[in-house]
Design a protein around this ligand. Structure first.
Ligand SMILES: [Zn+2]
Length: 249
């Protein structure tokens, strides 16, 4: 659950939002803290509301204070903001500029770029380059870049946030398809798996690249189709993509 912490933070911030709006809350610790002396330092207008003040600090006071200071200028905790919106705002604040090499210092990338350079077809080379960089425009990336009005959930399961790892490695709805592709890949290399590393082309032999391409391109291309959960159709698309790759490279 990579976004678990952000979800919790969103819940805290929503409580703060309720507090600022003057909504009654059962969370007394928060009330006490936010109406205490520290509140006045943070937000003078709160000192003028109708609640009585207290200097008593709750045990969560430090965490709340940090969160509030971190986000108060970035997220408008307005009247109508929902928990979900607060959550997506938090996700959107995350810094995402670290390169794939910096993120994976233990991996030797020279060999990987040599493999990419060896892909003859421009379109296939560019797609796999984006896969290695985790640069395909997932729901997560769109939220990160401030693109709103989109559905950032995974199109296959509709339950999880569409991150690169969820979509290509973890989504439960694609488990059977992944098993199929893994078995197909293992017919060429017994150690083949679909993992963070193999999707960086780490230790992937040239003969296996069509399989990586076929798999990732199928998952990517089919995610907006209504009937993609049909395993047979995913398999057909996979073989077609794999063969097209082989034909042009
Ligand atoms: Zn999913």
């Amino acid at each position: 659950m990579p976004d678990f912490e952000e979800k919790i933070n969103a819940m805290w911030l929503q409580k703060i939002s309720d507090m600022i709006k003057g909504k009654p809350t059962i969370w007394k610790t928060l009330y006490t803290y936010f109406l205490g002396i520290t509140t006045r330092e943070l937000m003078p207008e709160l000192a003028e509301n109708k609640y009585s003040h207290s200097e008593q600090f709750g045990k969560n006071a430090k965490k709340l204070k940090e969160l509030y200071i971190q986000y108060r200028s970035k997220i408008k905790l307005t009247e109508n903001i929902t928990l979900k919106e607060i959550y997506y705002e938090i996700i959107g604040q995350r810094k995402n500029s670290i390169t794939v090499e910096e993120k994976n210092k233990e991996i030797e990338f020279t060999n990987i770029w040599t493999k990419v350079a060896g892909i003859k077809n421009d379109i296939h080379r560019e797609f796999l380059y984006k896969i290695i960089h985790r640069a395909v425009l997932t729901g997560e990336k769109q939220i990160d870049r401030g693109i709103r009005g989109i559905d950032p959930q995974c199109k296959y399961c509709n339950r999880q946030f569409e991150t690169f790892e969820h979509l290509f490695i973890d989504c439960k709805e694609l488990k059977m398809f992944r098993t199929y592709v893994i078995q197909n890949g293992q017919s060429e290399d017994l150690n083949f798996e679909i993992s963070k590393k193999s999707l960086l082309l780490v230790d992937i032999k040239t003969e296996l690249i069509p399989i990586i391409y076929g798999y990732t391109h199928t998952v990517w291309a089919c995610r907006h189709f209504e009937d993609t959960l049909n395993l047979y159709k995913l398999q057909m698309k996979y073989h077609k993509d794999k063969e097209i790759y082989r034909k042009y490279n």
